[in-house]
Design a protein around this ligand. Structure first.
Ligand code: KIV
Length: 266
């Protein structure tokens, strides 16, 4: 098996200067964390997308801090090589600075996590600074911020170039090590990528970003609902799992399973 060295925040950041593209996927449990870590992915994000991918919710707003720490701890025990990033759920990073710091520190202290991700631009600049000063690496997230869907009027492409560029600069100046760009037209995402020194990780932001992130359940074909334009399906596990379960049911009913080899002799 190919050996991968542990990705650290400095080595993650350095990939931009070297012109090396960055691959990031989400995970929510030990099993998926282990498999994805073996794949050589650069970073694993325990996203608040756990709400839609795993919990059957319509959006990410209901996820609690305790739930995020719980999922991150499971993934954290699995991951040896990828950089581990945990999403701070709504509104755990929008509180008074020291309360936000205590919330963020739970991922580091309780869940083996390397860093946190925060949705927000200029409005979160002070928060990011506060966490970074305390030694917690922060990934920013601008463009479509799913935690702000009520403000944005839904999951919509974000096209306000001036605001997006100002948000990106504010996040960079606050000391974030990287920045997610979600649902932004490719030319604007390219401009942002060219205007900051930290890596941009796109999701629905085109090929010009320094890296890409997708929800693992989407690329594996485990998402039952309609997927966004930017998703590429690399497998159809929904079909595979349903097929395996159907065969099991049939074999039990027909007395094919268990066979001799699955049975303890006397
Ligand atoms: O919650 C999530 O999974 C995310 C991304 C996919 C960027 O925030």
């Amino acid at each position: 098996m190919k050996e991968f060295r542990k990705t650290t925040v400095p080595s993650f950041k350095a990939r931009k200067a070297k012109g090396e593209k960055i691959a990031v996927l989400t995970a929510y449990d030990y099993t998926m964390g282990k498999i994805l870590d073996r794949s050589g992915v650069d970073a694993i994000l325990v996203g608040d997308s756990v709400a839609t991918a795993v919990q059957g919710r319509n959006n990410t707003l209901s996820v609690t801090l305790d739930q995020m720490v719980y999922h991150t701890e499971m993934v954290g025990r699995a991951v040896e090589h990828a950089l581990l990033i945990a999403d701070m759920p709504f509104p755990s990073h929008l509180l008074e600075p020291n309360e936000t710091l205590l919330n963020a520190s739970r991922f580091i202290k309780e869940a083996y996590c390397d860093s946190v991700k925060i949705e927000g631009g200029q409005n979160c600049a002070q928060t990011i600074k506060h966490l970074v000063n305390a030694g917690i690496p922060v990934m920013g997230h601008i463009g479509l911020q799913p935690q702000a869907i009520h403000q944005l009027g839904g999951h919509k492409v974000q096209r306000d170039e001036k605001k997006l560029l100002a948000d990106a600069k504010a996040v960079e100046n606050s000391g974030a090590f990287s920045l997610v760009l979600e649902c932004i037209p490719e030319p604007i995402a390219q401009k942002i990528t060219d205007s900051i020194t930290i890596p941009t990780i796109g999701i629905g932001a085109g090929a010009g970003c320094d890296g890409q992130v997708l929800v693992s359940y989407d690329i594996l074909g485990l998402t039952p609902h309609k997927m966004a334009r930017f998703v590429k399906k690399y497998a159809n596990l929904e079909e595979t799992i349903e097929g395996a379960a159907k065969t099991f049911c049939q074999e039990v009913r027909e007395g094919i399973y268990p066979a001799k080899e699955h049975t303890y002799p006397s």
